[in-house]
Design a binder for this molecule. Structure first.
Ligand SMILES: [Mg+2]
Length: 245
């Protein structure tokens, strides 16, 4: 495992609340897992339920881990109480991710991601939270591999807590209010799927989509987002879109 390049400082004490809250997706936006996580999902299911769900094709991108686990349970023909299975599978899954992710050859950081996080973290008018389909624990395992966890001191909204992505974004906005004192300003979701834009709009936020995940540019252009970019390499352009000069 390569050592993280930089560790951000703790957020500065602010005299005023940030004007713009940025809600950041993780998979396909900041990093790609390269197969690492799917293997762990399959193994967690097999160990907990005895069912091999690897032949069941479930789309991960833009979904939430709660919805993904429900789909595997239903389509894998697994019987039993959903919440109980969810708790056991998700706990085992997070254990496996914690073990495998630091040294798995698949994951890599996407171009521009670290530079953008640094720019947002140090911007006096920006607050930064997570808005992801991930379970909280597996999300932080991913961020820690690349030394990114310090950019999100207040956490955010997670798909292990909400099946509907818009609910995870609403939770992220609430974390922004409680953590940074952000209120009544602008909120932007940065994500890589049409679902990120739909969820942002449902929660009252704007959306910037980036074509660095598995969804190609034309599908993103049709999602109704306020802005679409090929990648996050042009930090100044991203800041302009977010109206952070
Ligand atoms: Mg994503």
């Amino acid at each position: 495992m390569s050592a993280p390049e930089t560790q951000p400082a703790a957020p500065r004490r602010r005299r005023t609340a940030p004007r713009v809250l940025v809600v950041m997706d993780v998979d396909g936006t900041l990093l790609l897992n390269g197969g690492a996580v799917r293997e762990d999902f399959h193994r967690a299911f097999l160990e907990v339920t005895g069912v091999d769900i690897s032949p069941v094709r479930v789309r991960f991108a833009g979904s939430t881990d709660r919805a993904i686990i429900r789909e595997y349970i239903e389509r894998g023909g697994i019987e039993g109480d959903y919440e109980r299975i969810f708790d056991r599978v998700s706990e085992r899954f997070c254990d496996l991710v914690e073990e495998s992710y630091p040294d798995h050859p698949g994951p890599h950081l996407l171009p521009g991601a670290r530079k953008l996080l640094e720019a947002l973290h140090s911007h006096p008018e920006a607050g930064l939270v997570l808005g992801t389909g991930n379970l909280r624990r597996s999300c932080f395992s991913k961020l820690k591999r690349f030394g990114l966890e310090g950019y999100f001191p207040y956490g955010g909204g997670f798909g292990g807590d909400y099946e509907n992505r818009a609910d995870a974004i609403r939770a992220a906005l609430a974390v922004g209010r409680a953590g940074y004192g952000w209120d009544k300003g602008e909120a932007w979701v940065i994500g890589d799927t049409p679902n990120d834009a739909f969820a942002a709009h449902e929660a009252g936020a704007s959306a910037l989509l980036v074509a660095s995940g598995i969804v190609d540019r034309p599908a993103l252009d049709d999602a109704g987002a306020e802005a679409v970019l090929d990648d996050l390499t042009d930090t100044a352009r991203v800041l302009r879109i977010l109206r952070l000069r």
